[in-house]
Design a protein around this ligand. Structure first.
Ligand code: ATP
Length: 365
């Protein structure tokens, strides 16, 4: 039984700009209190979906529900879905307190209640002592916290965010995203977050919806998206992957054997519906491969995929190898625990962590 309460439901939604179908009949359920990330390449429709939910665009078809109430005809300012933009859009002439209090004042909320609600936001976002500063006197991260506080003070418990971390430097970006996730978990608000940064999406989300060309390709937990991508596009967009083409030569209830050129790769059966002779693609992440030198192989009689290292790159926490398997295929292998002082070279054998190899049917590519 699914006990999740759905706060926002999108049903068969579409949006055109002229002849261009920017949102192509999308359906999506967003559970209350969850952190959902819309992830995809530039121009795939993430911002458009966010703006449709916030009420800045009208859909051409389909329905948006908020707590089971149809939202389509409600103007943005009457919706319970505040949007935090990339550039935060703080009022430069208002100080931190006044920025946060702005929406409540517009709604003619009693002064005492404003003081109490803004006070709790200042506390929640670690802004005590900064009430009188103007936006230009704050760091990017602090400005962002004011923008979140200004949205959440309205008491709606939903926050829509369009690439809110993109103006921060790399280190700050990681700090603020961790902070944002901690706050979301602590206070239980529902977050819909747009990004094209896969690391950000994997680290911050309960669920990720991967977009391509106005459609959602897959919705899942970060681990599902990373280790069980439904299509080659998803696997490729979320992290680095080796795509090993092959043919099913044998299977039973436990394992599937796939022949790829000279190698046979065994994949644990995970409800894959395959036939003998079927063309498939194995998704093998670079960190799920170990490499051994030829002499180790002879000593230990290792079985695996043979190749020749053609390039390697030291990346601090790991060494990345490019291994030529045949004329048409190079594998990428990430060695996080290099056993040799220098880089490996020449002929090697690769062994795979079978449990992490994922199979995609060629027809689903
Ligand atoms: P990015 O990551 O670059 O922000 P996105 O996934 O958020 O991209 P959208 O901004 O939703 O993409 O745009 C989806 C498509 O719709 C793009 O091809 C874009 O050019 C087009 N589009 C967006 N807004 C408009 C508009 N107001 N008028 C015409 N076309 C638009």
């Amino acid at each position: 039984m699914n006990t999740e309460e759905i706060i926002i439901k999108v049903e068969n939604l579409s949006k055109r700009f002229g002849n261009y179908l920017a949102i192509d009949h999308i359906s999506l359920d967003i559970p209350k209190g969850s952190f959902l990330t819309l992830l995809g390449p530039s121009g795939c429709g993430k911002t458009t979906l966010l703006r449709l939910i916030a009420g800045f665009y009208e859909p051409d078809g389909g329905t948006i529900y908020f707590e089971e109430k149809k939202l389509n005809d409600l103007p943005a300012y009457k919706r319970d879905t505040p949007l935090v933009f990339q550039e935060y859009a703080l009022f430069p002439h208002l100080n931190v307190y006044e920025n946060i209090a702005y929406g409540l004042k517009l709604k003619k909320t009693p002064k005492k209640e404003i003081q109490q609600r803004v006070g709790s936001m200042l506390k929640m976002f670690g802004l005590i002592g900064m009430e009188n500063r103007f936006p230009k006197e704050l760091s990017g991260g602090q400005q962002q916290r004011v923008a979140f506080a200004r949205a959440l003070v309205m008491g709606k418990n939903v926050l829509l965010m369009d690439e809110p971390l993109s103006n921060l430097d790399a280190k700050m970006r990681v700090e603020v995203r961790n902070e944002l996730r901690a706050l979301q978990q602590q206070f239980g608000f529902t977050a819909i977050f747009v990004t094209h940064d896969q690391d950000e999406a994997l680290s911050i989300s309960d669920r990720i919806a991967v977009f391509n060309k106005g459609r959602i390709c897959q919705v899942g937990t970060p681990a599902e998206i990373y280790f069980k991508p439904k299509t080659k596009f998803v696997a490729d967009f979320v992290g680095t992957a080796n795509f090993v083409e092959g043919v099913v030569i044998e299977f039973d209830d436990l394992f599937i054997k796939v022949k790829s050129n000279e190698s046979v790769i065994t994949v644990p059966q995970k409800d894959y519906d395959v036939k003998i002779g079927e063309e498939v693609i194995l998704v093998v992440r670079p960190e799920c491969i170990s490499i051994s030198r030829e002499d180790d192989i002879q000593r230990n009689q290792l079985d695996g995929v043979k190749g020749n290292i053609v390039k390697s790159s030291f990346l601090g926490r790991m060494i990345r190898y490019w291994v030529k398997v045949d004329d048409s295929m190079q594998w990428i292998v990430d060695d996080f625990n290099p056993k040799t002082a220098g880089h490996l070279e020449g002929q090697i054998t690769m062994t795979l962590d079978q449990s992490k190899v994922h199979l995609i049917k060629k027809e689903d590519e």
